[in-house]
Design a protein. Structure first.
Length: 95
């Protein structure tokens, strides 16, 4: 992959976030799968690790990944277009 623009870290961070989000949404990183280590992501995209941490924080805030101290982040749930929302009609009948 071609390194992202490193001249402006805020732009690089946003591009990195979008690239990782796209991989999750397209199923390159599957539900429950570990993401690559921060260092590996930084090397692949040609950004520093702080940019990776920033992108991962955005993905976590969006609910796309889960993170826990001392562990690599993982994809929290499937976000593909083919995924169906949960059926809430049966829950409404119980109320």
């Amino acid at each position: 992959m071609v390194p992202l623009a490193a001249t402006d870290n805020s732009i690089g961070r946003q591009q990195l976030y979008l690239a990782l989000r796209k991989r999750i949404e397209e199923g390159q990183y599957l539900h429950g799968a570990w993401l690559p280590a921060e260092r590996a992501i930084a090397q692949e995209f040609g950004v520093d690790r702080s940019a990776v941490r920033s992108a991962l924080m955005q993905l976590e805030e969006q609910g796309l990944i889960l993170r826990k101290a001392g562990r690599r982040p993982w994809v929290s749930h499937e976000r593909r277009a083919s995924a169906r929302p949960p059926d809430i009609s049966s829950n409404a009948a119980k109320l």
